[in-house]
Design a protein around this ligand. Structure first.
Ligand SMILES: NC(=O)c1ccc[n+]([C@@H]2O[C@H](COP(=O)([O-])OP(=O)(O)OC[C@H]3O[C@@H](n4cnc5c(N)ncnc54)[C@H](O)[C@@H]3O)[C@@H](O)[C@H]2O)c1
Length: 309
């Protein structure tokens, strides 16, 4: 039996709940938000939707104790309206939200894997791990998974190929110090210094196109949800099925002495082996800079604790 928790039922959390429902993932969903009326509305709407489906998962709301035997909890708390102008603006809001959530998850006795979507992603994931006192391999963030997917799409579009032809990773910091690791990128086995499907691909233009995807979504909607939810559901599946799927998630990376987005294998245990690829020195330096920036944010989150004491 699989049981999945979602904490935070805003644009992202409720869309993820819908996606888990229609794809039949999870025999039980535990949905929690600080807004009781919202949680009840999401539960009712999903129950109505489930009538059209073959399977009917149990949908529990507002019950932290029910998370005790869940395999995975997805954290999607926040206030995404704050990020329209400044991607890191949620730091202070999410300090308080994460502290509150972590206290209650800890009390529930939960021992599974936590996937954090809340921003700033790497720093909040690190803070969440510290608050939950779970082993770091059990607390991961979505990290630069979306940036990596956007890069794959930009390359595939330019080369007129399917995105599945593209592999390689963006490292570093989500929505901040992103490191496009060109050394890791392959298109049907070819590196980008070769002509790909008759096209010469310009790195700078690819990077601009990948960044533009996020800009268009935020300009029009004021938030992004579909891609984050679909990747979150993909990661939840990798955990439930012990898939050992390689993605650049936010993880504790001992080499950088903290959380940073770095490719690793994802399975039932959370994070397995890290992918230690031969990066260019400039890429390694970029990850070090990102890790230092994330470290400063984690320190700021800890200072907020001291100031509140
Ligand atoms: N990393 C990514 O790729 C990515 C993509 C999209 C969104 N996000 C992040 O995910 C988070 C959620 O995004 P969203 O668009 O759904 O935000 P949103 O503002 O629409 O919803 C956030 C929800 O969290 C709830 N919440 C706040 N504090 C809470 C608490 N203490 N306990 C329980 N619930 C609480 C709110 O009531 C609200 O329903 C944000 O931090 C956003 O920046 C990350």
């Amino acid at each position: 039996m699989s049981k999945i928790g979602i904490i935070g039922l805003g644009h992202v959390g409720r869309l993820l709940a819908h996606q888990l429902l229609v794809t039949g993932m999870g025999d039980e969903l535990v949905l929690i938000d600080r807004d009781d009326q919202l949680a009840l509305a999401v539960q009712t709407d999903l129950r109505d939707a489930a009538v059209a489906l073959a399977g009917h998962p149990k949908i529990i709301i507002q019950d932290y104790a029910a998370l005790r035997d869940a395999q995975v909890i997805v954290v999607a708390v926040g206030k995404s309206s704050l990020i329209a102008d400044q991607p890191m603006a949620e730091l202070v809001f999410n300090h308080d939200a994460i502290k509150q959530v972590a206290t209650q998850v800890k009390t529930s006795g939960f021992t599974g894997v936590v996937l954090n979507l809340s921003n700033p992603n790497e720093a909040v994931t690190a803070y969440l791990q510290q608050q939950l006192l779970l082993p770091p391999k059990q607390v991961l963030g979505i990290g630069t998974v979306l940036e990596t997917a956007r890069l794959h799409r930009a390359i595939a579009t330019a080369a007129k190929l399917a995105p599945a032809s593209v592999s390689g990773f963006v490292y570093g910091q989500h929505d901040g110090q992103q490191v496009f690791a060109w050394s890791t990128v392959r298109v049907n086995g070819q590196s980008l210094d070769q002509t790909i499907n008759g096209h010469h691909l310009d790195h700078q233009q690819l990077k601009i196109n990948a960044d533009l995807d996020n800009w268009y979504t935020l300009q029009g909607l004021g938030y992004n949800a579909s891609a984050a939810c679909t990747w979150a559901a993909r990661i939840v599946r990798a955990i439930l099925t012990d898939e050992q799927l390689a993605l650049p998630v936010a993880i504790f990376q001992p080499q950088y002495e903290g959380y940073v987005s770095f490719p690793a294998l994802i399975g039932r245990q959370g994070i397995g082996n890290l992918l230690l690829l031969n990066l260019y020195p400039v890429e390694q330096a970029g990850i070090k800079t990102a890790a230092a920036t994330i470290g400063q944010q984690v320190a700021a989150l800890q200072r907020m604790d001291e100031n509140n004491d």
